[in-house]
Ligand binder design. Structure first.
Ligand code: DC
Length: 248
């Protein structure tokens, strides 16, 4: 992995880098590195679905009632504030960053995100946030729906068992299980497969690579290798755009 430093080719890139892929593929880590390396803002769109799911859970809105969820979406304000380590997530002005990563919210976020009106509301906000470029945006549908014309698209994947074990380690290290015992690895892998299934098979904006996305399979890669592959993809685009600009 190259050391983090200021961008080499341009100080202020106004490009959009879209990173999509399933849970546990390493999107957040890679997005964070790219943002730092190229001087871009890092926006985690999953956090928006999580914040909305948290609100639905708090208000006891049924997670399978699209009409009620749509009414809730209309009166909900979600903001992402990019930070060094992660995004600060504001739900109707309240900082909920520390409350959206537990298993209940994780599962609820995947459930509410199947409904088109909820997606439409989130996509609109995401497009506004990225309109001026200069962002790495990560999620499930960034390269296919939110920014289909993103300059760089990366689809990050890994075998479910590998992603499940990464998630298991993360739960153990971060205390995400709270007072509960850390679930065994096979349970974590089972939950992850269920979430994958829902994210990949929903009718609206299913998780899939954009036709022009660069695919990185991190199953057998170290984190450093995966970060390097992503950095190389952005560098390749920058080099190409320098060449085409010099021909204008
Ligand atoms: O990336 P994440 O694990 O924080 O995302 C949580 C859920 O939100 C995920 O299961 C599906 C949904 N999601 C989505 O549908 N579209 C996105 N762009 C980001 C997340």
């Amino acid at each position: 992995m190259s050391a983090d430093k200021t961008p080499e080719l341009k100080p202020n890139l106004n490009i959009v880098v879209a990173i999509d892929g399933p849970a546990g593929a390493g999107k957040s880590t890679i997005a964070r590195h790219l943002a730092r390396h190229f001087g871009l803002l890092n926006l985690e769109t999953g956090a928006m679905y999580r914040a909305f799911a948290l609100k639905a859970l708090r208000l006891d809105v049924a997670l399978d009632d699209p009409a009620a969820l749509e009414r809730l979406a209309v009166e909900t304000d979600i903001k992402l504030e990019p930070g060094e380590a992660e995004n600060r997530v504001l739900l109707d002005g309240e900082d909920v960053t520390g409350q959206i990563r537990n298993q209940t919210v994780t599962d609820a976020a995947s459930r509410v995100s199947v409904f088109p009106p909820i997606r439409a509301a989130m996509v609109k906000r995401q497009q506004e946030m990225g309109a001026r470029g200069g962002v790495v945006m990560e999620g499930r549908d960034i390269g296919t729906v939110v920014f289909p014309k993103a300059e760089v698209k990366i689809f990050l994947d890994a075998a479910p068992e590998v992603r499940g074990m990464r998630r298991y380690d993360q739960i153990g290290q971060s205390g995400l299980a709270g007072a509960k015992a850390v679930p065994p690895p096979d349970e974590v892998i089972r939950d992850l497969r269920a979430r994958d299934e829902r994210d990949r098979n929903r009718a609206d904006s299913p998780l899939k690579p954009a036709p022009d996305a660069f695919l990185i399979d991190s199953t057998n890669l170290t984190l450093e290798d995966a970060v390097k592959a992503a950095e190389d993809t952005v560098h390749a685009w920058l080099a190409k755009s320098e060449v085409s600009n010099s021909h204008r």
